[in-house]
Design a protein around this ligand. Sequence first.
Ligand SMILES: [Zn+2]
Length: 354
Amino acid sequence: MRTESLDFLRKMVETPSPSGYEQPVQKVVREWVSKFADEVRTDLHGNVIAAKNPKGSPRIMFAGHCDQLGLMVQHIDDEGFIYVNPIGGHDPIVLVGQCVIVWGPKGPIKGVMARKPVHLLARSNDELSKAPKISDLWVDIGVKDKKEAESIVDMGDPITWDLKITELRNDLMAAPGFDDKTGAWVVMEALRILSTRKFDAAVFAVSTVQEEIGLRGATTSAFGVEPHVGIAVDVTHATDHPSMEKKISGEVNLGKGPVIARGPNINPVVYDVMVKTARSKKIPFQLNGQSRATGTDANAIQISRAGVATGLVSVPNRYMHSPVEVISLKDLENCAKLLAEFVMAVTKRTDFTP
Ligand SMILES: [Zn+2]
């Protein structure tokens, strides 16, 4: 991967963006994309919309959500321990024993989430074998008491895991928030690839907000952009690690290319053009059936206004919604390439009516 593009990905991962608190990462996106986009704007909901050839036809919107899971400060007790509510869908078991960062008004504060030591968990009532509830967990930031905590922490401050990338072998990387900062990265990288090429379409790459709490940014930005075609880029479960059920989820492997979805949430012409493009440009890809409305921005985009010809391209991801989500850099690059080539394959005359 190009050094500059990898640096952009790293910067996105290291910048916090729990749903509703995406402003810091959107600033990173704007700075990067304004180097090559014709237009960049931020709507009142917080979506960043970068355009190339905005007067072209048809209008194609790419959407990758920049928000990530997080926690929110809900209560500070007399000793200064912080109680939290989840932002997005957490598995509480992965919160225990984590380093976290409270993004307070005066700057980031390091903390830890833990519970009482294993020696003291009561065996009699299954305390050891039961998953903890988030409301039973707390954040310890090392303060003396409530007063000290309140001098640096406000109610509603967002909390994230420690935001850093761990490099694994074979071009694999682990980090929190690859769901879906990789998607936001892909749509902006596709726009960068297109910035030196000529094509008919108007392309709007959107870093959407608040996907994790109900596809909210895709709903507002699709209404605003009014596209003919909308492609969501999200992560999807890789099924190439223990305990996954291929009979239910299909076969998805890390490193074998972007996953092109098919099903009622997908316009058949978009699907055909996408697959033909991948074949002719020799971009590796995988296919996955989605038998109902997907839990992605593609769902909101498809039923925006009078309907949008929608596609969904996904980055394979292991251990989604954990601080160690694993992705392949190769998949990211191929995903961006596929989106760019899709635009090149579409002309003014392409009819997306199913
Ligand atoms: Zn998610």
